[in-house]
Design a protein around this ligand. Structure first.
Ligand code: XIL
Length: 396
């Protein structure tokens, strides 16, 4: 496995990295890549922000896996988003206590450049407020103190945090998910069908408005998004997202648009005329941008046979890989069809590192464009072909 990962690193064009560099050398020098083989240059010439989520620890380590991982990322994307490292639990350790070390590696401490800028990546920030109360969304100290925090205190905490984070990376994060997953899955009586969360209980619907206001004050140039899942087509959730976005704007609050997560499977037919196109179109008519923020296309999987040395699981049906390729191609066409689509980002790119398997209890997986050894899957080839064939937008 290690051998095949190293050969993947070479194939993706990382040159001279087999001898591990010191952390300092790595922090200072731009990575060397042969980018022309991958999707990155195609996306740049097409004017498309093409990105991926990535765990920062994997990006910065010198393990063989990390070398292959970085090589693929450098050759294929021009945008990156920390998968978990900019979530409140990763940064917010107590009142006024922030842990910026990991994020600084990617973005640079104030006055310095980070890995992302040295290597030409636009960075999406995810997320200022994750509007639910689980351990991966709300810092533990707030979960512990929850009931004892007054609304006024909550407002002050929200302001302090957003100013601290969006302020620190001002000018380095081109777009923030200001709010994530605020809309509930179940119909309810709360405004905009919101989820019951710590922030909602303290501040009502105004927590969303305040978060957008604070983010805009902290970094006036950044694009600001409401990010959501299950709101890609037409329906109760996407109606609620649109109404919330309209309300924010009617209150004089700056909002760029809507992030659509797009964790999907093979069932969705993303074709012109579908409700997915209709939803993007109604956002456009209302003057809202959107981004595809977390694309993956999960397949039913089964474990490899015990004697097979490969990592992870394989699709249960061999046909599903070509259906998955069609799904990725359809997503790219959809992104390129809308002038208000401001980027296409995947939730990872290698089946070696994907949240889908644990999230689905092992039933689904193989959701990304390269396999566990960083070899391109049919989905990757479909994107390559589609991007190469699509003509660059006309210059005005
Ligand atoms: C997921 C990460 O991928 C996992 O590593 C983590 O354990 C849980 O969160 N929607 C989002 C992301 O907006 O933040 C989630 O990320 C996946 C669903």
């Amino acid at each position: 496995m290690i051998k095949s990962i190293l050969s993947a690193a070479l194939a993706w064009g990382i040159v001279g990295v087999l001898a591990p560099r010191s952390a300092q050398a790595q922090a200072q020098a731009p990575e060397k890549t042969r980018e022309k083989v991958g999707l990155r240059n195609l996306a740049i010439s097409r004017g498309l922000r093409l990105g991926t989520a990535a765990p920062i620890d994997l990006l910065r380590s010198d393990s063989a896996d990390s070398l292959a991982y970085r090589a693929f990322l450098l050759s294929n994307f021009n945008m990156v988003e920390p998968e978990n490292d900019l979530k409140p639990p990763a940064i917010w350790k107590g009142e006024g206590v922030y842990s910026f070390g990991v994020a600084d590696w990617l973005l640079g401490a104030p006055g310095q450049l980070g890995w992302a800028q040295r290597n030409g990546f636009a960075v999406r920030g995810h997320v200022l407020v994750y509007a639910r109360d689980e351990g991966y969304t709300l810092p533990q100290w707030i979960r512990d103190r929850g009931a004892g925090i007054s609304p006024d205190k909550a407002r002050q905490l929200l302001k302090d945090y957003i100013y601290a984070v969006a302020g620190r990376y001002k000018g380095k994060v081109f777009a923030w998910d200001v709010i994530n997953e605020a809309i509930d899955d179940a119909p309810n009586q709360r405004p905009f069908q919101m989820r019951d969360s710590f922030w909602f209980r303290k501040l009502g619907r105004d927590f969303v408005k305040l978060a957008f206001q604070f983010a805009h004050e902290a970094d006036p140039q950044a694009e600001l998004y409401l990010n959501e899942y299950g709101a890609e087509g037409l329906g109760r959730k996407s109606d609620a997202v649109l109404e919330l976005a309209r309300w924010l704007r009617s209150q004089g609050v700056f909002i760029s648009g809507v992030g659509m997560q797009w964790h999907r499977g093979l069932g969705e037919k993303v074709v012109p005329g579908s409700d997915f196109y209709q939803n993007a179109e109604r956002l456009r008519k209302d003057g809202f941008d959107f981004q595809i923020t977390e694309l993956d296309v999960a397949l039913p999987v089964k474990p490899y046979p015990a004697e097979d040395p490969r990592h992870g699981q394989e699709p249960s049906s061999p046909d599903s890989l070509s259906q998955q390729a069609d799904a990725y191609r359809a997503m790219l066409r959809y992104a390129l069809s809308f002038p208000n689509c401001r980027g296409l980002q995947m939730w990872g790119f290698s089946d070696r590192h994907s949240w889908i398997q644990s999230f689905s209890g092992g039933k689904n997986g193989a959701a990304l464009v390269s396999d566990a050894a960083y070899q391109p899957k049919p989905a990757y080839l479909a994107l390559h072909q589609e991007l190469a064939a699509s003509s660059p937008p006309a210059t005005p």
